[in-house]
Design a protein around this ligand. Sequence first.
Ligand code: N2P
Length: 361
Amino acid sequence: MKFKGMMTAAAALLAAGVAGAEEVHVYNWSDYIDESLLAKFEQETGIKLVYDVFDSNEILETKLLAGGSGYDVVVPTGSFLQRQIQAGVFQKLDRSKLPNLANMWDLISERVAKYDPGNEYSVNYMWGTTGIGVNVAKVKEVLGEDAPINSLALIFDPANMEKLSQCGVHFLDTPSEVIPAALAYLGENPDAQDMETISKAEPVIAAVAPYVQKFQSSEFINALANGDICVAYGWSGDILQARDRAVEAGNGAEIVYNIPKEGALMWFDQLAIPADAPNPDAAHKFINFMMDAQNSAAASNYVYYASGNKAAQEFLNEDVIGDPSIYPDEETLSHLYTTSPWDPKVNRDVNRLWTKIKSGT
Ligand code: N2P
């Protein structure tokens, strides 16, 4: 017994030696980084990077509110971050450990301060819009040359959706973005906070839900690229990645991303450190690494999202910095709206509404 006990102790020592390498656990959105940056971080810092992905703020929020997620860095969207800050989910950033904060872009930091006053808890990773991805040829085949590919009528008019169901439509599985879009389609305030207004979105979405092949928030990239679907209500950069994957596959599919004329959501995804992060020091190192101008630009060039990093701009490819659907011009900006978090009671009601809409009851 004694011998066995000694062996166990020796094995434990050995294991500690091997596993003694410092680790940082990062939880980011899927399809949201140039993966060569992960190896670069490990090489530069000697810290082992454990990188997991999600595709929904709701999933991230459930983990954060439960506590003990084990993550050191997470990337919620501003409107969710605001509610999570109030719930005590995050620790304040230690600015002395983030020299690359000097690279950040005031314009974006100021916009984000709406969600994180004083930018105390977060820094911007990427920002973008939510709009319509279209396989132009397929949609015109089904709806004709006048197909309203620049309008929310494409996805909220049941007559259009009934026809489009032949070639396939995906919607994001998130009430926090589909409901504001339905409100914008109705000419209501997309940032409505009261259930009376919010409920007006229900019949609009319910009327087209039977024609939605899937409510899902990451599969639409490949589905669009492969020609399995012809329309996706989704995120700007993801749809631009689908465009590239179609080109790489050489299947001739022309995928475009459109900001609907009725307006689109502009959102901000923020790097933040949970209050109970196991390794806050390494978390700061990861955030500072991502705020390096060249690293940030490498990520944007790969995922087709804009970042809140001003210094990165000189390293951006022309098809990123020069594309108004990524870096919007004044005209495009005037079509964008932002949203604020629903209060917990409204949020519960919305989640019930969403389940009901999706189940078609
Ligand atoms: C990345 C999608 C991130 C945008 N695939 C959602 N905020």
